[in-house]
Design a protein around this ligand. Sequence first.
Ligand SMILES: *[C@@H]1O[C@H](CO)[C@@H](O)[C@H](O)[C@H]1NC(C)=O
Ligand SMILES: *[C@@H]1O[C@H](CO)[C@@H](O)[C@H](O)[C@H]1NC(C)=O
Ligand SMILES: [Zn+2]
Length: 986
Amino acid sequence: MGTGYYIRKPVGIVGIILGAGALATIIALSVVYSQEKAKNIVPPTDAGTTTSNPHVTTTTPAPSNKPWTTPAPSNKPWTTPAPSNKPWDKYRLPNSLVPDNYNVTLWPRLTADLTTGLYIFTGHSSVEFECAEETDLILIHSNKLNYTKLDNGKFARLVSVNSAVKAPSIKDSWLQNVTQYLVLQLDGKLVKGHRYHLYAEFTGELADDLGGFYRSEYIEDGVRKIIATTQMQPTDARKAFPCFDEPAMKAVFYITVIHDHGTTALSNGKEKESTNIIVDGHNLLKTVFEPTERMSTYLLAFIVSDFTYISNTTDRVLIRIFARKSAITAGQGDYALNKTGPILNFFEKYFNSSYPLPKSDQIAIPDFNAGAMENWGLITYRETALLYDEAFSSTSNKERITTIIAHELAHMWFGNLVTLRWWNDLWLNEGFASYVEYLGADEAEPDWNVKDLIVLNDVHRVFAVDALTSSHPLSSNEDDIQKPAQISELFDAISYSKGASVLRMLSHFLTEEVFKRGLTTYLAEFAFKNAVYTDLWTHLQMAVNATGILLHDPVENIMNTWVRQMGFPVVTIDTDTGVVSQNHFLLDPDSKVTTPSHNYEWIVPITWMKTGVKKELVWLREKSDTFDAMRATGSEWVLANLDVVGYYRVNYDRGNWDRLLSGLNTNHMLIPVINRAQLVDDAFNLARAKIIPTVLALNTTKYLKNEKEYMPWQSTLNNLDFFYLMFDRTEVYGPMQDYLRQQVTPLYDYYKNVTDNWIKIPDRHMDQYNQVTAISLACRTGLGECQTLAERWFKNWMDSGENQIHPNLRSTVYCNAIAAGGTKEWEFAWSVFQNASVASEAEKLRSALACTKQTWLLNRYLEYTLDPTKIRKQDATSTIVYVTNNVIGQSLAWDFVRARWSYIFNEYGGGSFSFANLINGVTKRFSTEFELQQLKQFKADNADVGFGSGTLAVDQSIERTMANIKWVAENKQNVLDWFEAEAISK
Ligand SMILES: *[C@@H]1O[C@H](CO)[C@@H](O)[C@H](O)[C@H]1NC(C)=O
Ligand SMILES: *[C@@H]1O[C@H](CO)[C@@H](O)[C@H](O)[C@H]1NC(C)=O
Ligand SMILES: [Zn+2]
């Protein structure tokens, strides 16, 4: 899905919750994705991974058969075929029928039916398909649609296109709800090679469930407005009209929408004509669209609204930005409009393939579950992902808009023009877009260095998930992914962020030129068709062969080690001997991996430097190898994985660690900034895995008193989040706060100085981020000056009614002021939230409202999350997760979710992708035996209700809690001693 976005830019949005709360960034194990990027968590690989069947441990290498020679095991119990062998009990369509084109007419009603109170749409559609294998059965997807019986007494009518062949008649027609089919049994066979038309009339509900054809509501000028919009991916086109709803079933779509005067209808194609039409005495408009290109059903979109737009034209492509009238009038679409053309051009050049459609519409929808959706020619966004207002939006809001636009535009080629054959290859689609979004954003905003941020936003974030035994390989078997819920589960951090990380590594070792060349021929060969991921390897190999770059192994062999087995290696470099070795990196060293068919060895490209001097890339192609050049003497140090282009962690012998640390302390500029961030992240995670002592990891933070750059600071905060989660209810908390306050004070003073006492905003993008980091950490650690500042700014706003807080600083300031304040501050923020006309402002308030220390306010806020008139459904789970970031809110949120699980599950289960975030969120502090028991009880109590897309998250939470319990037991005293010593020594 278009960037079913987890929050990628912690800074400035969340991540700023003070003292009490944890930063809402991604923490080593506590994977908190905000609902925005809310996809859910990894497909269940094996429910029993943590305890059962310890065939293979990480210390016992599997036999040396190369992993790619063995097909990935099918260890997913729930994929066993349904007991019945009737074709309509299978989730996948048979191969007998192939659609060619559809004519679809839809009429959504934007007012509720007076008698039933329902919002509905009606429609009729016909599909022309070819019979590829003789059959007397038609299965076509259909979900939650009611059909009108036609003159033949059946739900559909079948005619032959060729008048010489007579179509059999329909013997029986019914709906198969579980597998979501309209089933038509014929009294004779369809003839192979012949074409038929199937026609049906139907009614559906235009519900507020964020899936299929649905409705979104908003208030404008005191008037409640309704729009009809769609979200088809992955399997909800079938909720709008009967269709062969699989990505390989590409067809041409002729769309017609009937709608009220005063509204505009949009779809993938350009509007061809809009004419008056009278239906049942209603005077209406009928808008006919140009036929689409040959495309997949999940990329369709139809929208009816009274939105307005701005437009321009780039290279004959009409670019339009649609949104609520007041948002467009306020200029909130301007930024997106200015950036779309350049990014589109960039991708045309990058792919060497022109954008095939005459128009590119982008529209901001008030209720939208994911971040954005790449419908071909009509991209839908959350408002915060498209609309920018200088007076309200922070730098990180702006960056998010640029990167999401780039992500969606990249899908116009990668995903839309060439589509993966089935959802098991989703990772390639999403991973690719998640990688090149940085390239597109860099083109749009070349001064930002935005490409560096993939390391924090994707690589580090997914390392946390992929270091668990409950992770899963990027690539799934086609047969293992059948049901809609299984498909939805693929939209996770592994697909997006690991996909992006390994593709970035691939592009680097091939060189960008070769990578682009392979992409270009891949897109050319499969345009308007479907591919599987190995087709891309084939084309990249062709590019390698054509350009003659030297690779010891075929692209496919290298990539199989990264794609077909889960996890990643830690590469250990012994600078005394030059021996370099690799091991599967597991955050919990005692956990067991139960997929014995993999050997957990990778073909690892190692970029490196010695004491600041960059060296030639080396390949680690075995479990271990010796590179004499990597031996270091005297004060020399070796640093590997430059700029973290490789998807692996690095460990060194203790001597080299010490020399690196002393390098950091004496002249940290010798080490590239991304690697400074990496040394911290590697050290903390190696310590978590008991590979190095925790004290060594803590020592990497000592140099920070001299560090002014954003990435190392943010990396440190991300890692310390885990310490906050584990210790913010213990005696470690005080000394930890003292130490961190000491470390951050110079940074705080630096920015105070640079900004003329907080009047200006730093020029550089990264400095703007780091200013936020400085303030949020200073306030969080109780630096009095910072807290006073935040309270004063907020009070000025309350008193004067004029908000003079810079948008970059608002999240932090709001949160701190609300935490320090009481009911008055909370109510003030709540009323501003309710009336906010800019989504990114509302977003900042919504997270800050969770910062209060008042229990009753937090409980009431939790109740609000289940009242859609107060908190939109799309925001419900992320709001609950915000509450869990607050140390006081954690247990309240857990009680809340436990008590109402079945209600939440049923009410919000539909199109919602966010259960995994919710479960990970409410359990992230769990670190006691008691909490573990509660969690297990929760799992048992709700076994009958189920956890839907959060199923795996429950198991991951149990695994994580067990690891936390052990970690706290082993580390608490050390950590306490260290903080006490360091806090006093200053
Ligand atoms: C849809 O309409 C087009 C154009 O009017 C026509 O050529 C095509 O045959 C129709 N297809 C179906 C399935 O009715
Ligand atoms: C479809 O039919 C069911 C059962 O009669 C009914 O409850 C539902 O409201 C109908 N849906 C629409 C949109 O008319
Ligand atoms: Zn996407």
